[in-house]
Design a binder for this molecule. Sequence first.
Ligand SMILES: NC(=O)CC[C@H](N)C(=O)O
Length: 368
Amino acid sequence: MSTSQKPAVLLLADGTVHIGKAFGKIGTTAGEICFNTGMTGYQEVFTDPSYYGQIIIMNNVHVGNYGTKETDVESNSVKIRGLIARNLEEQYSRKQADASLEKYLQDNNIVCIEEIDTRALVTHVREAGAMNCIISSEILDVEELKKELAKIPSMDGLELASYVSTEKPYTMGDEATAAVKVAVMDYGTKRNILQCMVDRGAFVKVFPAKTTISELKQFNPDGYFISNGPGDPAAMDYAVATVKEILKESKPTFGICLGHQLLALANDIDTFKLHHGHRGLNHPVKNLVTGKCEITTQNHGFGVDPESVKKAKNVEITHVNLNDDSIEGIRLKDKPAFSVQYHPEATPGPHDSRYLFDDFINLVKEHK
Ligand SMILES: NC(=O)CC[C@H](N)C(=O)O
């Protein structure tokens, strides 16, 4: 809680209203409401480009207790559109922190609301499903807010990856000593995904979302990575076309989250909007190849259609979600390509799924 707080209003598209207190920037913001069940890692969540366009409810009662640190980020800025919490703390106790959460959110112009009954709100979103919402600490009249909210497009059908992709190619790792070169299609990649590949001996070159296959080939990569990112994968014809071209190369290819959905679409498998998405650090997934269960970090609002996966003769299901049986991983039978719906880089954790980076880099080395 902050000392000088203005009131703020949260309005959901179904008319639900919650009154709370302003935190961060004073203003108005709108986007898709989502909840994250993680108890820690808030700065990594706020800077994850896959959350672009979304307003996040943090389930943990206290958010901000360990402040913020310049290095605890998944991209170069806060990407969430707004924040809803029970209690946002401006005091912090971590010695190594650089700033309070409040300063961080203000510096990043994020409109937030706190003192919300997040248990009731999350239960409501879980039952009613994904929808848009608006937060304001400047317009407190609900009828006015309804008019503003009506202007916001639905996440279904929205292409957002090109807004968060890099403008220019950049590299990570040491080309002189690296064992392999990986071309990354950046649809909103998380920094720690790149780090996981570099840590395993890769030199990565990150390319803007609309890079053509001929530009990618000039880099002569040993493998390709299709990144995570925001928005509806079915609205990304340009990316599906690129993934199809990449697959023709028959080089090892790995996709995470949006990258998984694009790999599916490139193999004529449909994607669909989930009822309320999977976002948190404790989603159980079964690896059907090894029979082992892993606890995973997730952040997605779309999924791969199980019926069309089963019909695709060249695709094998490798991972399933143990909560709802949704498809969590696939691999192609005729190409060295695989993908997962969840986030194996998982910062701050759990790290059960990091073996997938070993698998990918080993596959790249074998095919080199
Ligand atoms: N983390 C991601 O890559 C998310 C993918 C996609 N935008 C979804 O919500 O399903």
